[in-house]
Design a protein around this ligand. Sequence first.
Ligand code: SAM
Ligand code: F3S
Length: 442
Amino acid sequence: MTKLYIKTYGCQMNEYDSDKMADVLRACEGMEQTDKPEDADIILFNTCSIREKAEDKVFSDLGRVRALKQSNPNLLIGVGGCVASQEGDIIVKRAPYVDVVFGPQTLHRLPQLIAARRASGEPQVDISFPEIEKFDHVPTAQATHGAAFVSIMEGCSKYCTFCVVPYTRGEEVSRPYADVMREVENLTGQGVGEITLLGQNVNAYQGETEDGDTVDFAFLVKAVAALPGVQRLRYTTSHPREMSQRLIDLYETTPKLAGHLHLPVQSGSDRILAAMKRGYTALEYKSIVRKLRAARPDISISSDFIIGFPGETEADFEATMKLVDEVGFDASFSFIFSPRPGTPAAEMADDTPYETKLARLHRLQARIAEMEHQVGAAMSGSVQRVLVESVSRKNAQELAGRTQNNRVVNFAGSPGMLGRYVDVRILPGTLHTLRGELVMQP
Ligand code: SAM
Ligand code: F3S
């Protein structure tokens, strides 16, 4: 059996795509995955270009595997993902030992690209955007341990001025409604109870039905939650501009919808939000959160922040801190602005010193960490229903599960519980990752 090694950079979309690459190569070439690059017959890098650092890592990692080609001349090296999509042929020029270059929308063509590389001896590059074709050519997902992602749309058409995604992944394309429902039913048939609907902007979903109508994201969420095999439902990522009242209302009427929402805000300053082209004001964002809390009082909200966007003043940053205090976030991601070639923000004048940006980032992160700890402390003593997803990363005697508000809990238990829902009491004194103890099942 030939072996495949995949290294994944970046977001959950990339994690999902890496699984699909493995599925495609397992189905067509009978390949098995390995975690040792030196054992592999094919090495794939699934790259990310959202920030400069992620992009730089790829070329240094590529340099490292180059040496493996000397001991194994049949080894093939492939580069996929967003760096591949943006750079295309340039990758082969810079690293001529790379055999195939493919984008997020052409990963299903890997077997053909590999065959063409073997037949011609020439590197193959395919970074086109053949719409939704990918979904029709990837084998059905195999579920492990009770939770699964289902991709419902690809790409993004928002064109925030700082972001490369619309250029690397293409514009928003939704997967047909019946296909999504079929995949969810297939997964629940394999015993999966927890589904995460996945996309760059899931709430922009516009799925075509078999009779030619279009349904929106709220309709899809309601339909998936109504399937008897689905016990808990999540989605990521959503855009504030598309939080419709119908979607918000589902937090009141649909208990299966998990009480956690990742809703990227980026900044609390209206001036910066406009320069980012986000399409909402701080007040509008806060009003969405207020409505969400009216529908589901204990909902936990996490977010993304960009610090040091070109022209961000001290007053702009204070507006972000004020928004953080007013909203109250749990577990957020924050980054210093990274100028991405080809995006409008990369051309904007930026005179804030890096040290100032770093100090602002640290202030924001400290404040959010405090809030995160408060949420954890408030959960202490409560009994939480968690899906047992894995053996704990730190201690092989322990299991790890995810609460409905998206916190990981470690607790002692037997591997026979993997994939099942259990009740766990949260122990006091825990911070980011919670500790708990099993509660006897009735
Ligand atoms: N769809 C999401 C939304 O509604 O905003 C964003 C997806 S983006 C792939 C993930 C996060 O990366 C963004 O929310 C943003 O905070 C961060 N990001 C994107 N471009 C960036 C840049 N040029 N510099 C720093 N962070 C960036
Ligand atoms: Fe990027 Fe904005 Fe879309 S952050 S992924 S262009 S919503």
